[in-house]
Every structure is written in structure tokens, then in C-alpha cells.
Design a protein around this ligand. Structure first.
Ligand code: 6PG
Length: 465
């Protein structure tokens, strides 16, 4: 497919000196490839048979089509034309269970299949994405030089690594997107706090984001949010952001992260909250009606002024929440790796997210250093440096969240990030009551802390006092 991603990735490959052919049903897309912009190493086709015949064997074909049924249709069209030993790469955001199914079916016929997460949007595809390929290692070695050449570079290291077998590449990309949802919502909550709670003008919010982006919070998502906050269309006095409807869309990868995390029983509450907020935003008429019938607290109850000290606290709270979110995502990857025997190298994954992708951030250096200290780190929070960072920023997170809740503002991802941290470091949780309730109404039994075995109690029996 020679859409935005396909075309740009192809031109990126051509730039690195490789001969490459592109196919698209749309004759204009194929024709454009044969235009001046592309080098003579590029050729566009509208006939699938001619396209496949033009490739050197064993062939490598990257599909860049929307996730879902279309991937199956393209595979069905290609299958009669390709041979054993050829390699098909799905570079879209396919659901990892679909990739698993496709990969099994094709490998049985001797065709290699890769699910390769590609992050970085149009710009990334053209000038250096972060690549997350999963499949058989032998097949990876064949394409490794090309992928390393086209990937973004963090310092000098290419942002691509062999992720693991089966659908691991698409799983890792899915979790990348889940983290992306949470980080985006964190920035949206920060903007809400600054704009609607503290009444800061856009110019000041822009400058605050700009300053933060020069420090440890430096990230692509903060950088683009900074720019969005100062953007005015030519001829307009107002900020474009004010004209954008507050209803968020999504293509599914965030939701899948939450769904599969629940299947694996690896909680990612910050991602869950971010997905919920996009869904909640869709109920615009209901929100509008409830806003009228359940008015917000009076502005005089709000904490008010954006002092330097407050902004400093907010920076810390944002950093804390970012650590918590990454901690949840990395833990989900560790659980999936264990469950599916993928042998994921979380340090490598953190490294390839340092450039090119949407969640690239200065903090990924800290994560990759943590995994360098201990490749088998069970949870990011256990790393000594991360522990210190959480300890120093948690008071600010508590204060920002509680002030905001008190002021009738919703900070779902800040709160979820903090509650995750609070709960995960609780020696004792109130889940003993859950077990007792289950046993009370359903005789589901419970275990005791200091006795072996399972127990059931007749809870309605009279209590001797
Ligand atoms: C990336 C992005 C990309 C994703 C978009 C839109 O890594 O380049 O994650 O893959 O498709 O961000 O996602 P939603 O429509 O679900 O927000």
C-alpha cells in the first residue's frame, strides 16, 4: 500500500541505496513513485503479479495496509504469487492475536511472516521510525541491515531490534501505543489544570511546556503539545486548539492494551483510565446536560495561582506519573513474555523507543540504564534509581492530585498512576474483605495467611460475642 506510511517508508529505504518496488491498486499512487522525487532505484506497480515478479528471491514484502480484514485479503492475493522462503512483513498496527494466527498459517506453508510495529507517523516513516519486528530470527537476519539503515538513531544506535518470535513485535507496538494513550492524557490533564483551574493563558502554558521540555520531561509528546499550544492559523487571532471539538477518537490499540493486560492479569490502570477518558469524551450531549444539572464547584473553591512553586510541583507530578505509566507498560511486557515464552529483552525495547517513535522521551535513557543494571528486573519500580525518582516526586503527585480533586477537576491518569504506586507497594491490601465477601455470598472459599488450605465459613451463623 502506497498510502502515507507505505510511500514514506519506501522512499526512506530507497534513500539508503536499496532497490525497491511499490505496489498500490490506485494507479496515481504507483505513478507518483515513478516521478522525479524518487530515485531510479524505485519502481511503482499497479499489477500485483508484475510487482511480485520484479522482486529478487527470496522475496521480502512489507505490507502497509489498515489493520483488520484487509491484511487477510492482501495475504490471500499474494499467496499464490510467492514461494517458500519468502518473507511477508505486516507493518501495520495489527492485533497481535491476528498476527499469531497469520504467522502460524504462513509458517506452516514455509512462508516467513513478521508482525512489525512501526512507530513515528509520516515523519518517522520517511526519516527514521522506531521498528519492532517479531517473527523467526533467521528471517530477521535477512532484513536486519535494511531495517538498521532506515530506523531512527538514538545517538548512533538504530532504533530496531529483533523483538522475539510469533506476534511479539505487534504486542510490543500495542503496549507502546497504550503508553502513548496514557502520556497523551497526562498532558491533556496538565493542560486542563493550567488552563481551567489556574486560568493561565495559552502563552504561559506554552512557555511552561517549553521549559519542561528542556529538562528531564523532554519528550516528543510534550514537544508537540508545546507547539499546539501556540498554534494560530494564518489570519486568525484565536488558538486553533480552542476550535477543536473535545471528543477523542481512537483506532483500538489502547483498548487492546487494556483488554490483553486484563487477560494477562497485569494491571495497567493509567492506560485503562486514558482509554476510558477517550470513550467518556464521546458522550458530549450527556456531558453537556449533566454540566447544567450538576454544576461544577464555585471557582472560589479552587486553589488558584500558578506560582513557581506550584508549577515545580506539577512538573514533579507529571514526571512521577510518567514513571508509573512506563512501569505499568514494562510490567505488562514482562508478563506477556513469561506467558508466551517470548524471551523479550526489555532493555532493548526501552532502547529502541529512545528515538523515532511517538513515546520517545529522555526518561527512556533512565529505563534502559535500569535494565542494563539488571536484565531480569521484575518491575521498573525495583530499580534503585527509579526508586529514588519516585520517592522524590511522590509528595508532589499527591498534592497535585488531591488539590485537583478537591477543586472538582478530573485527573484520571494522574490519579491512576498514583493509586497504582500506592497499591503496588502495600504489604497489605483490603482484598481480604473481597475474599470474605466472595465466600459469604458464593461459598468461593478463602485462604488464610498463617494456615495452609482453603476455608469456608457459614457467615450467617450467629456470632458469639
Ligand atoms: C505510532 C502511533 C500510530 C497510531 C496513531 C493513532 O506509533 O506512530 O501510535 O501507530 O496509529 O497514534 O492511534 P489512535 O487513532 O488509536 O489514537
Amino acid at each position: 500500500g502506497l498510502g502515507t506510511m507505505g510511500k514514506n517508508l519506501l522512499l526512506n529505504i530507497a534513500d539508503k541505496g536499496y532497490a525497491i518496488a511499490g505496489y498500490d491498486k490506485n494507479p496515481d499512487a504507483a505513478k507518483e513513485l515513478n516521478s522525479a522525487e524518487a530515485s531510479e532505484k524505485v519502481k511503482g506497480f499497479t499489477d500485483l503479479q508484475e510487482f511480485v515478479a520484479s522482486l529478487q528471491q527470496p522475496r521480502t514484502i512489507i505490507m502497509l495496509v489498515p489493520a483488520g480484514k484487509i491484511v487477510d485479503y492482501v495475504i490471500a492475493d499474494l499467496k499464490p504469487l510467492i514461494n517458500k522462503g519468502d518473507l511477508l512483513i505486516d507493518g501495520g498496527n495489527s492485533k497481535f492475536t491476528d498476527t499469531e494466527r497469520r504467522s502460524k498459517a504462513l509458517e506452516e506453508e514455509g512462508i516467513h511472516f513478521f508482525g512489525m510495529g512501526i512507530s513515528g507517523g509520516e515523519e518517522g516513516a520517511r526519516h527514521g521510525p522506531s521498528l519492532m519486528p517479531g517473527g523467526t530470527q533467521d528471517a530477521y537476519e535477512r532484513v536486519r541491515p535494511i531495517l538498521e539503515d532506515i530506523a531512527a538513531k538514538a545517538q548512533t544506535e538504530p532504533c530496531v531490534a529483533y523483538i522475539g518470535p510469533g506476534a511479539s513485535g505487534h504486542f510490543v507496538k500495542m503496549v507502546h501505543n497504550g503508553i502513548e494513550y496514557a502520556q497523551m492524557q497526562l498532558l491533556a490533564e496538565t493542560y486542563d489544570l493550567l488552563k481551567n483551574n489556574l486560568n493561565l493563558p495559552y502563552s504561559e502554558i506554552h512557555l511552561t511546556f517549553k521549559r519542561w521540555n528542556e529538562g528531564r520531561l523532554k519528550s516528543y509528546l510534550l514537544e508537540i503539545s508545546r507547539d499546539i499550544l501556540s498554534f494560530k492559523e494564518s489570519g486568525s487571532d484565536g488558538y486553533l486548539l480552542d476550535e477543536i471539538r473535545d471528543v477523542a477518537k481512537s483506532k483500538g490499540t489502547g483498548k487492546w492494551t487494556s483488554q490483553f493486560a486484563m487477560d494477562l492479569q497485569a494491571p495497567v490502570p493509567s492506560i485503562d483510565a486514558a482509554v476510558s477518558m477517550r470513550d467518556l469524551s464521546k458522550y458530549k450531549p450527556l456531558r453537556t446536560a449533566l454540566a447544567a444539572s450538576h454544576p461544577k464547584l464555585d471557582a472560589s473553591d479552587k486553589p488558584g495561582v500558578a506560582t513557581d512553586a506550584y508549577l515545580e510541583q506539577l512538573e514533579q507530578a507529571l514526571y512521577f506519573s510518567m514513571i508509573s505509566t512506563f512501569g505499568q507498560g514494562m510490567h505488562l511486557l514482562a508478563r506477556a513474555s513469561e506467558e508466551y515464552n517470548w524471551n523479550l529483552n526489555l532493555g532493548d525495547i526501552a532502547k529502541i523507543w529512545r528515538a523515532g517513535c511517538i513515546i520517545r522521551a529522555e526518561f527512556l535513557e533512565v529505563i534502559s540504564a535500569a535494565f542494563q543494571r539488571d536484565v531480569h528486573l521484575p518491575h521498573l519500580f525495583q530499580d534503585i534509581e527509579i526508586r529514588k525518582l519516585l520517592a522524590s516526586t511522590q509528595p508532589a503527585a499527591r498534592s497535585i492530585v488531591s488539590d485537583a480533586i478537591h477543586s472538582d477537576l478530573s485527573l484520571p491518569v494522574f490519579s491512576a498512576s498514583l493509586n497504582y504506586y500506592n497499591s503496588l507497594r502495600s504489604r497489605r491490601l483490603p482484598t481480604n474483605l473481597i475474599q470474605a465477601q466472595r465466600d459469604y455470598f458464593g461459598a468461593h472459599t478463602y485462604e488464610k495467611s498463617d494456615h495452609e488450605g482453603t476455608f469456608h465459613t457459614d457467615w450467617s451463623a450467629p456470632i458469639d460475642s
